[in-house]
Design a protein around this ligand. Sequence first.
Ligand SMILES: NC(=O)c1ccc[n+]([C@@H]2O[C@H](COP(=O)([O-])OP(=O)(O)OC[C@H]3O[C@@H](n4cnc5c(N)ncnc54)[C@H](OP(=O)(O)O)[C@@H]3O)[C@@H](O)[C@H]2O)c1
Length: 335
Amino acid sequence: MDERMQVAVVGATGIVGKEILAVLAEDGFPAERLTVLASERSEGTELEYGDETLGVEKATPESFRGMNVVFFAAPADVARTLAPAAQAAGAWVVDSSSHFRGEAHVPLVGPVARSAVPQQGRIVSVASPVTAVLSLLTDGLRGFGGVSEISATSLHGASTRGMAGVRELERQTADLLSGREPEIQAFAHRLGFNLIPEVGTVAHSGWTDVEQEPVTELTRLLGASSGEVPVIALTALYVPTFYGICLSGTLRLKSGATLEAVRKALGAQEGLKVLDAPGEHVYPLAQLVVGDPAVHVGRLRLSPSSPGLLSFVAAIDNAGWAARMAVRAATGLKS
Ligand SMILES: NC(=O)c1ccc[n+]([C@@H]2O[C@H](COP(=O)([O-])OP(=O)(O)OC[C@H]3O[C@@H](n4cnc5c(N)ncnc54)[C@H](OP(=O)(O)O)[C@@H]3O)[C@@H](O)[C@H]2O)c1
C-alpha cells in the first residue's frame, strides 16, 4: 500500500473504531485522506485524529468511491450490507465484526498465522479477541505434544457490548450509588454490581455465538487437518468492569510438562507476555492489559494428580487488540 491511499473507517465513533483511529495516527499509517463514517445518528459530529479534527459522515454504499482500504468496525449487519459495496468500489475491506469470521472464502486473520493470508476477494476478517487468546496459548504450548482441550470462563467488561455497554455501566453504577433505580437497555439484566452469564446470542443448543465462535475460528486459524485444534468449552460472562477480557481456565497438554518449561514456552511466544509471580501479586489484570498489544498470561498451575492439566488466567485488551490486528492486516495487503 502506498502513500496515496484513501482510507475509510465505518463505525469510527464506536469503541473499536476510535481505537483504529488511534492506532492509525500512532503508526503513521500512510493515508492521504481518512474518511470517518458512522450511522446517521453521528452525522456531523467530530472526531480527533492526531492533530486533526474529522467530520463524521453517514456511511452509504456511495461512501466508498475511490477508497483503497475500508475498515469496518460496526455491527455485523452493517458489514453484511455495506462491505460488498466497498469491495465493488475496488477497496480492500478489513472487517472486525463477526459477520465474515466463519465464511470459508474470507481469509481470517489472527495472531497465529499458519499460512500467509491469501490476497484474493479484497476482504479479510479479524478473529475475535477470545480466539486470539486461545490461539496464542495453543500455539505457545505446541512443544508439549499440543493442547487437546481447553475449558475456560471468559469475563467480559462492558466494552465488549460497545459504547452502549460502557455508557450503561457508567449510568447504572452512578444510579446504584445514588439510590436510584437503574435502567436496563444494553444487557439482559443489570450489570452494575452484578455478573451476567449471557454474552452474545443464545442458540437452541444453549451455547451463545460468542462461546461457539472460537471453535470455528481456531479451526480456521490452525488448519482443520493439522491435528492441533483443541476441543473447546467456553462460558462467557459480563462482569461490571469497563475494558479488557479475562479468561480463567484449564487446558490439557498432550504430554507432561514442568511449570518452568511451560513459562519458558509461553514467554517465547510472540504476542504473549507471562506475568506469573503470584507470591508477589503479579498476574494478569484487566487494568494492566488495556493499552498493551500483548496478551497477558499467568497464575500457571499444573495439576499434581493429572500431569499435563494446566490452569491459567489470561487477559486481553479487547478493543485495542482488535484495532491493532485490523491495522496490521491492512498493512500487509497489496493494492
Ligand atoms: N468492543 C469490542 O471489544 C470488540 C472487539 C472485537 C470486535 N468487535 C466488533 O467490532 C464491531 C464494533 O464494535 P464496537 O464495540 O466498537 O461497537 P460500538 O461501540 O457500538 O460502535 C458501533 C459503531 O458502528 C456504527 N454504526 C452502527 N450502525 C451503523 C449503520 N447502520 N451504519 C454505519 N455505522 C453504523 C456506530 O455509529 P453511531 O455512533 O452513529 O451509532 C458506531 O460507530 C462489532 O461488530 C463488534 O462485534 C468489538
